[in-house]
Design a protein around this ligand. Structure first.
Ligand code: HEM
Length: 496
């Protein structure tokens, strides 16, 4: 290693001594700044250095796949977050775990349960909550946003634990929302000095400036409760013989039938089941609801898209019933709408940054060990060479002239769910939920812009997003009306 001549770092904005690009670091929508830097430098890979930490951004699919996929043995870890992982009790978060045996064990458990070839386990719960959601919409359409958040949270909790949540104010939903918020609060890059200067973790709590340690203690109590409470509720239901099928009940069942492993190995697997179940909520709730929020926005802004999707649904369903998962292949326009939702406003615009574990060379440049490597999903999904007018919402881009899905157009899932060995293991669960809600809502409701009740003026959707790791549309007002008396009857029948 040391005998090799040192190659230059990849191109990047000019660095200052010591602090490097610290002052250039974008606040919000960083994917747009990364894309601009790449264009200005004429390079699809951009290197920046933040006070000694290395960061590499890949702005095209080819460079991203070259590193994160083809060289995944070196690029599949995660950067250490001292505050979140060591102090606030998030060390069991698989999405943040370093690459290795512990992570692999959890990922395997996940894949065993969420087999794309047998989606019935999770689709059963998606249908259950989807129907409940439709009844809630009929009851109070103006509250669509809140109903949607509750529906997604409820479905994910049931998929993980088999616990049927009771709607607004349900303690499991409340704990889950508080738990994931505390994670978002601890994982803000640059918020806690201890993430850049890890030795600070040894300061005693009373030391001036060590409030982060007291804060971490509060977070840890919540984190532990979030991880354990729903799991214990499932164990209790299993003991009483009333548990419903779920990730946890299936995992514990298989574990109880295992007679070949030692008690120690079985205990490790039990811990992995507890961890992974809580990860299902953290990975699946905010991501899915953000995608569905973007779908709402797209429908309100594009009545012509809505109309075409409804025509297609009516031609297949004949106004007589609500769609089912089995209809999916016969509805290419709707499929194109869902693809365009994930492309237009990618839910995770920089995916989750990877971390390199060895020195490397790429196209004549040096990429040191411990570099944070970002596949810029937003840049890939907004590349005008692949998707013309990328800022526009155009489902037709995925279709041939005779309205079939065009296999030659790049599927957004090449980037919308991350890359390589860390690629989202729950992507088919999230896409399935988004498809179902899009199909249900378009068959039964019309989306329109809201009007001011006093002036009667149309209220334009504000199109504001929260710019974090998950790009989340902020709730906006819109109007939902049932398409006909018949659709209202169909929904009412769901409640019987
Ligand atoms: C529908 C929207 C979703 C989006 C956009 C999304 C996106 C992502 C991304 C970008 C990653 C990181 C990939 C990487 O490191 O390259 C990830 C990881 C993960 N996702 Fe998803 N996800 C979604 C839904 C779900 C669902 C529904 C579940 C659970 C059922 C889930 C569970 C996970 C887990 C457990 C990880 C951690 C994987 C690891 O680090 O090994 N996701 N997701």
């Amino acid at each position: 290693q040391n005998n090799k001549p040192r190659l230059p770092y990849p191109p990047g904005p000019k660095r200052l001594p010591l602090i490097g690009n610290l002052l250039d670091f974008p606040q919000g929508k960083e994917w747009e700044t990364y894309t601009r830097w790449g264009k200005e430098l004429g390079s699809d890979i951009v290197y920046i250095n933040i006070a000694g930490s290395h960061l590499l951004i890949c702005n095209t699919l080819s460079s991203t796949l070259d590193l994160l996929d083809k060289r995944s043995a070196k690029y599949s870890s995660r950067a250490p977050f001292v505050m979140a992982n060591e102090l606030a009790g998030w060390e069991w978060l698989t999405g943040g775990m370093p690459y290795g045996k512990r992570w692999r064990q959890r990922r395997k458990l996940f894949q065993r349960h969420f087999d794309p070839a047998d989606p019935s386990m999770f689709q059963h719960w998606q249908l259950f909550y989807g129907k409940k959601f439709m009844l809630d919409l009929l009851d109070s359409p103006d509250d669509a946003w809140n109903h949607m958040i509750q529906m997604v949270a409820g479905a994910i909790i049931s998929i993980a634990y088999g616990i049927e949540v009771k709607g607004k104010g349900d303690p499991h939903i409340k704990l889950a929302i508080e738990g994931s918020q505390s994670l978002i609060d601890t994982m803000v890059p640059g918020k806690y000095l201890v993430d850049s200067l890890p030795f600070l973790k040894h300061l005693p709590e009373w030391f001036p400036g060590a409030n982060f340690k007291r804060e971490a203690k509060g977070f840890k109590i919540l984190t532990d409760r979030f991880r354990e409470a729903p799991f214990l509720a499932t164990v209790d239901a299993m003991n009483k013989g009333v548990a419903q099928p779920s990730f946890v009940s299936q995992g514990l069942q298989i574990l109880s039938e295992n007679i070949k492993d030692s008690a120690e190995v079985k205990e490790q697997e039990r811990e992995a089941i507890i961890d992974m179940a809580a990860n299902i909520y953290l990975g699946g709730a905010d991501t899915t609801s953000s995608g569905i929020g973007t779908f709402f926005l797209a429908m309100v802004l594009h009545p012509e898209v809505q109309r075409k999707a409804q025509e297609e649904l009516d031609s297949v369903l004949g106004h007589g019933r609500l769609p089912e998962f089995g209809d999916r292949e016969t509805l290419p326009y709707l499929e194109a709408v869902v693809k365009e939702v994930f492309r237009w406003k990618p839910t995770t615009p920089i995916a989750v940054p990877h971390y390199s574990t060895e020195d490397d060379e790429y196209r004549g440049y040096f990429i040191p060990k411990n570099t944070v490597v970002i596949g810029n999903a937003w840049a890939i999904l907004h590349d005008e060479k692949v998707y013309s007018n990328p800022e526009e919402f155009i489902p037709e881009r995925f279709l041939t002239k005779d309205r079939k899905l065009n296999p030659e157009v790049q599927d957004p899932s090449v980037a919308a769910f991350g890359f390589g060995r860390r690629e989202c293991p729950g992507r088919h669960v999230g896409i399935s939920a988004t498809w179902l809600i899009a199909a249900y809502m378009l068959s039964a409701f019309n989306f329109e812009k809201a009007t001011d009740p006093v002036t009667g003026q149309v209220i334009e959707p504000h199109m504001k997003y929260h710019s974090g790791l998950v790009y989340t549309p902020l709730p906006f007002k819109f109007k939902l009306t049932p398409r006909s008396e018949k659709t209202m009857q169909m929904i009412r029948m769901l409640g019987q």
